[in-house]
Every structure is written in C-alpha cells, then in structure tokens.
Write a protein that binds this ligand. Structure first.
Ligand code: SF4
Length: 278
C-alpha cells in the first residue's frame, strides 16, 4: 500500500512524490497540467506558456530528463535523510518562488535532494537556504527570516527565485545536456519577467552561465567575449524590449562557501542591498 506522510505545516497526508493538484501548499499544477517528456516538449511548452502561472505549473511536472526524474523520485520514495523520514517529499521540479512582478531574478544552480526536492520551494529546508533567507529578510526582500516548508508564511517582494536546472541532480552536478534542456524553462522565465526586470543575481558559476546562455538564446545583447563569473562581477545586458538589465555574480550560498567564510552574511547583504537600490 502507498505510504502517506503528514505535511509539516498542514498535517495533511501526502504520497511521495506529491501528485500534482493534490493540495500541497503552493503547488502550481493540477492533474491536467501538460507534461513535457523530451527536450522538444520542454521547448514547445515553455514557448507556449502565456503567463508565469502556466509556466511554473508546467515546470513542476516536467519529465524531460530521465536521469533526473529517476533520481528525484528515488530520493522522494526511498532515499530520504533520516531526519526527514516522517515527512512527505515533493519529488518534482522546483517551480519559481516569489514576486511575479519582481525587479530582481535570483538564479541558483539546482534544487538540493533533501531541500527543494523535499519541500517544493527553492532554497527551502537546507543550510544553504537558511543562510540565504536570513539575508533576504535583513535586506527587506523576504517577509520572514526562515523558509522551512511550503505554507510557512514566507513571501518575497521585489525578487523571484529560479534555478538553472529545476530538478535535484546526483552530486549537485547536472550534465550539459540537462542544463541545455532546462534552459528553455529559464528562457521563458526571463522573457515573461522582462517587463519588470532590473537585475539578475546569479549565485555561483552555473547560475551565471545559465543566465547568460538563456539571455543569448533570447537574442538579448550580451557582452563579447562572454563575461566570466566572479563575486561582485557585473555586466549589463539589453533585452529584446530594450531594457538594460544588470547581471550580478555572487558566490553560492552552499556550506562549502558559507562554512569557510568565503561568503559571509555581510558580503551577501551588500550584494542584495545594491540590488534593492539599483
Ligand atoms: Fe524538466 Fe528541467 Fe527537470 Fe530536466 S531538469 S526534467 S528539463 S525540469
């Protein structure tokens, strides 16, 4: 018999992975949301998404990368960390989270197996997220300083979080082909968010490269040669609609950087404040 576990906020029992439209807080999909099953399907459904709500729903049920689908669902069913053994796991791609009219788009690498892949929200339920959400709250973007589970009251103003790859990859390493396939979702996120966009904040080199590749594919003006990632690296892009958008690099909020002091709370606050003001 299928095992059901209680959601940490609502107490409602869910299967892992969570079926679309079953009542998970913030689930953008329904049982009839169209599912991409190939790179071509991602391209078609992304371009054909008329608005952000449709786009996030389609992202959240995507099955185009067989290796990643297998991994995310294996973790959700059997590979759970002992400390979360009694919780349901989202086990699906992470849709974007935040303000649909954001002036800043934050681009991360990919969901963590026991973070977004468990909670269904970007950077939620792991130590990377703890570091990031505290900074987002200190700098006025986030309603509260923690993000532990969908439905916990967290909200963002002026900022929306996406990722270069939307499924948790083994060893945090998506393949080039998986990055290329998922880029179609990111391109559409950029395109639909463009009317409000002032800045793109990239956490780490994969987020930076992913944002540049998506902007190039959309025909935006990108500096040549292609600029390299660095902490506080910054270049200007010009969108198809003629908007100038800042592309800003920041070290990733992974424990590898935050536990070693390579990225400190003050450094992240500085970057975020510059985006609020600029
Ligand atoms: Fe779909 Fe992206 Fe996940 Fe691949 S990584 S299955 S394209 S959401």
């Amino acid at each position: 018999m299928e095992r059901l576990d209680p959601h940490p906020v609502t107490g409602q029992p869910f299967a892992s992975p969570v079926p679309p439209g079953s009542g998970w807080p913030g689930d953008p999909a329904t049982a009839t949301t169209r599912v991409a099953r190939s790179p071509g399907g991602v391209r078609r459904l992304a371009v054909g998404s008329p608005d952000l709500a449709t786009l996030q729903a389609r992202i959240s049920v995507c099955r185009a990368c067989p290796r990643l689908v297998r991994w995310r669902e294996d973790v959700a069913r059997t590979g759970r960390r002992a400390s979360f053994a009694g919780e349901p796991y989202w086990g699906r791609p992470g849709p974007s989270f935040g303000d649909p009219e954001a002036h800043t788009l934050l681009v991360g690498l990919a969901p963590a197996a026991n973070g977004t892949n468990r909670t269904g929200r970007m950077f939620t339920g792991d130590s990377s997220g703890d570091f990031l959400w505290a900074a987002l709250h200190r700098t006025g973007f986030a309603a509260i300083g923690t993000s532990t589970a969908a439905g916990d009251g967290q909200a963002l103003t002026g900022l929306r979080i996406v990722a270069a790859v939307r499924c948790a990859p083994p060893d945090n390493k998506p393949t080039p082909a998986e990055r290329a396939t998922c880029s179609h979702w990111l391109q559409r996120d950029l395109r639909l968010g463009e009317p409000h966009l002032r800045s793109i904040l990239c956490l780490g080199a994969i987020g930076w490269d992913g944002a540049l590749a998506a902007a190039t594919a959309l025909g935006w003006a990108v500096p040549s040669p292609r600029p390299r990632f660095g902490h506080r690296a910054e270049v200007s892009l010009v969108t198809g609609g003629g908007r100038t958008v800042r592309l800003v690099g920041c070290y990733h909020v992974s424990p590898h950087n935050t536990f070693t002091g390579r990225l400190t709370p003050a450094m992240l606050d500085d970057v975020l404040r510059s985006l609020r003001e600029g």
